[in-house]
Write a protein that binds this ligand. Structure first.
Ligand SMILES: C[S@@+](CC[C@H](N)C(=O)[O-])C[C@H]1O[C@@H](n2cnc3c(N)ncnc32)[C@H](O)[C@@H]1O
Length: 230
């Protein structure tokens, strides 16, 4: 056995050393305008954890790619994600956004008005998603964005899939339960709920899912559109 320092065994790295800096780069590459920054500040004051800038930009990109006219959001918060979704939607698109907290929705209204969004483009519904979602029509939304309590993700995925049109996209934020989902020893109710929701999506043959490791984790799943020969 050699005693030169270069031959000493070293512990394998527990994680890719570039991982965090890559995430930081992805976040810092997104510049938010003053309206978004003010909405983010209000979200912070109200304790309504907003999507990160890179998650917001991804929401905008995916709504743009689906040419979204009708979007439903569970968890309005102070409107940060709403601003990003609206920026990607068609100019005549309507964002339906649900939240039981009227203070959060007041802050979101301020954000939408500051961004010059016409009031006809937003439908803010003050209520619990479990009560509101069953009243929304089947297969009539281009994008469904889930950002409420993690524990409720399975029921929101069930309802979201009912609402989604063929070719539409389901987006679940905090899909990794803060990264715990990959660790089988984590069996707390929140992690189990996130795991159940992810399984429901991955086992559905009509969906093309991917986990995007930005912010608190974004699970995106496109509903496959029927082909002519189907
Ligand atoms: C993480 S924050 C949403 C942040 C927002 N999407 C954004 O990025 O700006 C979660 C929101 O879900 C709302 N919420 C809590 N319970 C809910 C429920 N049962 N139905 C719908 N929204 C709920 C909270 O009031 C809070 O505003």
């Amino acid at each position: 056995m050699s005693d030169t320092p270069g031959d000493q065994p070293t512990d394998p790295p527990t994680r890719d050393p570039g991982h965090e800096s890559l995430r930081e780069y992805a976040e810092s590459a997104i510049a938010e305008d003053d309206t978004l920054l003010a909405a983010r500040e209000r979200a912070h004051e109200l304790g309504a954890a907003a999507v990160s800038p890179a998650v917001g930009a991804t929401l905008c990109l995916l709504t743009r790619l689906t040419d979204a006219r009708n979007v439903v959001e569970i968890g309005t918060g102070a409107g940060v994600s709403g601003l990003w979704l609206l920026a990607g939607m068609r100019a005549d698109g309507v964002l339906t956004t649900i939240d039981p907290d009227s203070e959060h929705q007041r802050a979101a209204r301020v954000a939408f008005a500051a961004a010059g969004v016409a009031s006809s483009r937003t439908r803010l519904i003050n209520g619990r998603a479990a009560d509101v979602l069953p009243r929304l029509a089947d297969a009539s939304y281009d994008v469904v964005f889930v950002d409420g309590a993690v524990i409720d993700q399975p029921r929101y995925v069930t309802e979201g899939l009912r609402l989604l049109r063929p070719g539409g996209v389901l987006l679940v934020h905090d899909a990794t339960a803060d990264g715990r989902i990959a660790d089988p020893s984590q069996t707390d109710p929140e992690t189990s709920a996130a795991r159940t929701a992810a399984l429901m999506i991955s086992e559905d043959d009509g969906l093309l899912p991917v986990v995007i490791p930005l912010g608190r984790g974004l699970l995106a799943a496109a509903r496959t559109a029927p082909t002519d020969d189907a």
